[in-house]
Design a protein around this ligand. Structure first.
Ligand SMILES: [Mn+2]
Length: 355
């Protein structure tokens, strides 16, 4: 079998799971639980498992602590699944007592109870099966069965292999949903392993997943105001250079981070978007990874806190993304001069600079 060498390590576990499903679970009610704010990988894994269970007449419900995220809602809607699963998916905002009504839980795509939101303190009261691709976490110690896989980069891959091994098949839309889950967690295959591709091959050829559809349902659709903000930001760009680095400045009144991403995409090494929010000004900064490498300057650690001090506010963030909020007067030209001078000084005095 094509996947032979990869399946071996996990084959026995999946077989045990299927045996358990066939022998112990009929007649019982199962809750499938994902992490809070469920992403497409979590949702896809839960729904595919629900389908596999229902094929052998096992009743299950999907419990979502604090609902699903925006992209999951879009994926479900576009695959025409939102209505279909309306009665099987429980969006849990309160009422963790619901767990009393179950015999066994299946927890997917989660390694720590903290990620279960308001169910965190209740899951240990019931036996549970864990199906997950993350590093071993606190849930591992209490799980009555663990289906994991070092070569899987998403839970959807593991569930695909469960579906393949069960020989039960899946509806085309659910196979496509699983493929969206894999695409989402691997960031369109950036983090894929050799096994990911083999699993996807089987998901498409044996289970009928539609690759183009799985891609398109993940596509973020921008609203008209967001697109206009991006175009305006592009129109107002002020370009400056520090040696070989291109620094762009612009101003908009909303969608600052989306505008910043767009301008990086256009070719800037770093970008700063200035906006006014009532009495305050905000500067959203974004830089390419290469900018951090060349300059040794982290926006969140070095530049933004410094600018926050200069402008009478505060700043912070991560290496490539930072923000300053301050009470300074809104004057675009003056602000970009302050930012640029500070940046220039930092870059030119940075010991790591290799310009
Ligand atoms: Mn995942």
């Amino acid at each position: 079998m094509l996947l032979g060498k990869y399946w071996k390590e996990n084959l026995e576990n999946i077989k045990r799971l299927l045996e358990k499903i066939y022998s112990d679970l009929p007649g019982k009610t199962i809750f499938i639980i994902t992490h809070r704010n469920a992403d497409p990988d979590a949702i896809a894994s839960a729904i595919a498992l629900h389908e596999i269970l229902s094929k052998v007449k096992i009743k299950s419900y999907i419990l979502l602590p604090e609902g699903m995220n925006e992209i999951s809602k879009q994926v479900m809607e576009k695959l025409g699944l939102s209505d279909k699963y309306r009665y099987n998916i429980i969006d849990l905002r309160k009422g963790e007592k619901i767990l009393i009504n179950t015999d066994i839980l299946i927890i997917v795509d989660t390694n720590n109870p903290e990620q279960l939101g308001l169910l965190a303190h209740y899951v240990f009261d019931k036996p549970f099966i864990l199906i997950d691709h993350h590093q071993p976490g606190k849930l591992w110690r209490k799980a009555s069965m663990i289906i994991s896989d070092n070569n899987a980069r998403s839970t959807s891959e593991i569930v695909t292999n469960i579906a393949l091994l069960s020989g039960l098949g899946l509806p085309r839309s659910i196979s496509t949903l699983l493929l969206s889950g894999i695409l989402y967690d691997t960031r369109r295959f950036i983090y894929a392993t050799e096994k990911t591709f083999l699993t996807v091959y089987r998901l498409i050829s044996s289970l009928g997943a539609d690759y183009l559809k799985a891609q398109s349902v993940l596509q973020h659709e921008m609203s008209i105001p967001e697109r206009i903000a991006r175009l305006k930001a592009a129109q107002r760009i002020v370009i400056k250079k520090i040696n070989e680095l291109i620094i762009a400045y612009s101003h908009v009144s909303a969608y600052e981070s989306s505008c910043a991403r767009a301008i990086l995409e256009l070719g800037a090494d770093a970008v700063f978007i200035v906006s006014r929010h009532k009495e305050k000004i905000r500067i959203v900064g974004r830089a390419k990874q290469s900018f951090i490498k060349i300059t040794g300057i982290s926006l969140g650690r070095d530049l933004m806190p410094y600018l926050g001090g200069l402008l009478g506010g505060s700043g912070g963030g991560h290496d490539t993304a930072g923000v300053v909020e301050a009470t300074a007067k809104y004057d675009f030209k003056r602000i970009i001069n302050i930012v640029h001078k500070a940046l220039e000084k930092m870059i030119l005095s940075s010991s790591k600079q290799a310009l």
